[in-house]
Structures are given as structure tokens and as C-alpha cells.
Design a protein around this ligand. Structure first.
Ligand code: ZN
Length: 126
């Protein structure tokens, strides 16, 4: 054997485009999208990030139900911000679930405000 460059495990796929990186040099880049092989390895060994925006969205949703209903619409706005961030890739499924939970709780919080507003308006009308 000569001094061959280190190569990736045979089953590895590009973290960005899914291109088969079998036999690619670890110091090289994906032939399809140009992402460095080292970055693919880093993502596979460290796992995907969790989205901070999604976490914030869920916290806002919980707070909107628990203590402060006006946060409901804000949680809904943060849901769309979280989906935009998650859509860029590199985030785990838990982030998506957290954002969805935040959205649902945000909608409930908003519905409670709407209900209060109707009760107040009815009270004024009577
Ligand atoms: Zn690629």
C-alpha cells in the first residue's frame, strides 16, 4: 500500500445534497454541491442542531396559554420564522415539532383573546 489519502466510510452520503461520497477524500468536497466532506462528517457525528427560533416559539405558545394571552399571535409569527429557519436545513425533527406545538398553543391563546373580546363586547352591548 502506498500513502493513500484517508477516505470516507463507504456508506456516507453528503449532508447537504445526499450525493454518494463513497471513496471521497476526507479533505475533499462533495462533487455534486461542493460541501466539504469534513462538514458532512461533523453533521453526522454531532447530529443536527435544534432551532432556537422553534424553542422560542414553543415557549411563547406555553406562556400565551399559561399567563399572557396576547403572546398568542406573537407565537404564531415566530412559528413562521422557525419554519423559514428550519427550511434552510441542518435542523432536527424536534425543532419542527416544537414550532408546531408553539403554533397550536399560540392559536389557542389567540382564540381565548377573541373569546374574551366577544364577551366584553357583548357585555357592553347589553
Ligand atoms: Zn453534496
Amino acid at each position: 500500500m502506498q500513502n493513500a489519502p484517508p477516505i470516507t466510510p463507504t456508506s456516507m452520503r453528503c449532508a447537504q445534497c445526499g450525493y454518494d461520497l463513497s471513496g471521497a477524500a476526507i479533505g475533499g468536497v462533495c462533487a455534486e454541491c461542493g460541501l466539504s466532506v469534513a462538514e458532512t462528517i461533523r453533521r453526522q457525528t454531532q447530529g443536527l442542531r435544534s432551532s432556537g427560533v422553534a424553542t422560542t416559539c414553543m415557549v411563547l405558545g406555553i406562556l400565551s396559554i399559561a399567563i399572557c394571552m396576547p403572546l398568542g399571535p406573537i407565537a404564531i409569527i415566530w412559528y413562521f420564522r422557525a419554519m423559514k429557519e428550519i427550511g434552510q436545513g441542518g435542523y432536527n425533527d424536534g425543532s419542527r415539532s416544537m414550532a408546531k406545538a408553539g403554533l397550536i398553543m399560540g392559536i389557542i391563546g389567540t382564540a381565548i383573546i377573541a373569546l374574551y373580546a366577544m364577551i366584553v363586547l357583548l357585555g357592553l352591548a347589553l
